[in-house]
Design a protein around this ligand. Structure first.
Ligand code: URA
Ligand code: SF4
Length: 222
């Protein structure tokens, strides 16, 4: 896979060509001299005001993501649900409570990691994101990754995994492996909502998180 910074630059160049009077992020010059020129806080402001896809019309709050800006571990879910939309924070509903328990089991807490989603606004009725929505929103996530520079990215569920890795495998095929995503190590595991629906999957998720913890410790041990 290519270099994330180059991909972003190409992306912004394309956007500039497509929307001559409307640069992708309206207010900030994001990339100049090959460097990301925006802070996490400024990016969050952009996201809160974003109207790049139809979802802005039905959202209560855009959900940028939350956690430690110095985090080594970045979790990526699908999209905000009802509770997240209400509170403007990721994973605050039932799936979020389970995620908290999983994090505790691997000796961490959400304040030490960063949690974001592929889509920043809730699709009505929690429907699956449309490809156009993903296309519009993904550059925010790519910029978040570029700013955060996590040591390990964890995709929660198939939507996050398929979106980032551009593959059509099943989740079962993807779990347990280490992917290279633009130079970042990335692993895939079940979405906590899937574990709530099907508790039989919990033992697989447990195995995945043991691997995740092991790799994380290897990467952060100095
Ligand atoms: N499911 C997700 O994928 N993300 C959230 O933020 C909440 C539920
Ligand atoms: Fe913008 Fe993403 Fe929200 Fe669509 S989902 S309006 S692209 S922030």
């Amino acid at each position: 896979m290519g270099d994330l910074k180059k991909d972003l630059q190409n992306y912004f160049k394309q956007q500039e060509e497509l929307f001559t009077d409307e640069f992708f992020f309206d207010k900030k010059v994001l990339v100049s001299d090959g460097e990301i020129k925006i802070s996490l806080e400024e990016l969050e402001e952009e996201v809160k005001q974003c109207k790049k896809c139809e979802l802005w019309k039905t959202r209560i709050n855009a959900v940028f993501g939350a956690g430690n800006p110095e985090a080594d571990l970045l979790f990526i879910g699908e999209a905000p649900g009802h509770n997240e939309d209400l509170q403007g924070k990721p994973f605050v509903g039932r799936a979020g409570k389970l995620l908290d328990k999983i994090l505790l089991a691997v000796n961490t807490v959400r304040e030490d990691v960063f949690i974001a989603n592929i889509l920043k606004c809730r699709p009505p009725g929690n429907r699956t994101p449309h490809s156009g929505e993903i296309e519009n929103c993904e550059p925010y996530l790519l910029t978040q990754i570029q700013i955060l520079k996590p040591k390990l990215i964890i995709c929660l569920g198939l939507i996050a995994a398929k979106t980032l890795l551009r593959v059509e495998y099943t989740l079962h095929q993807m779990r347990g492996r280490i992917y290279n995503y633009h130079g970042f190590d990335l692993m895939v595991t079940y979405h906590p909502a899937a574990l709530l629906r099907n508790p039989n999957l919990k033992r697989f998720a447990w195995e995945d998180f043991q691997k995740i913890q092991k790799l994380y410790l290897e990467k952060t041990r100095s």
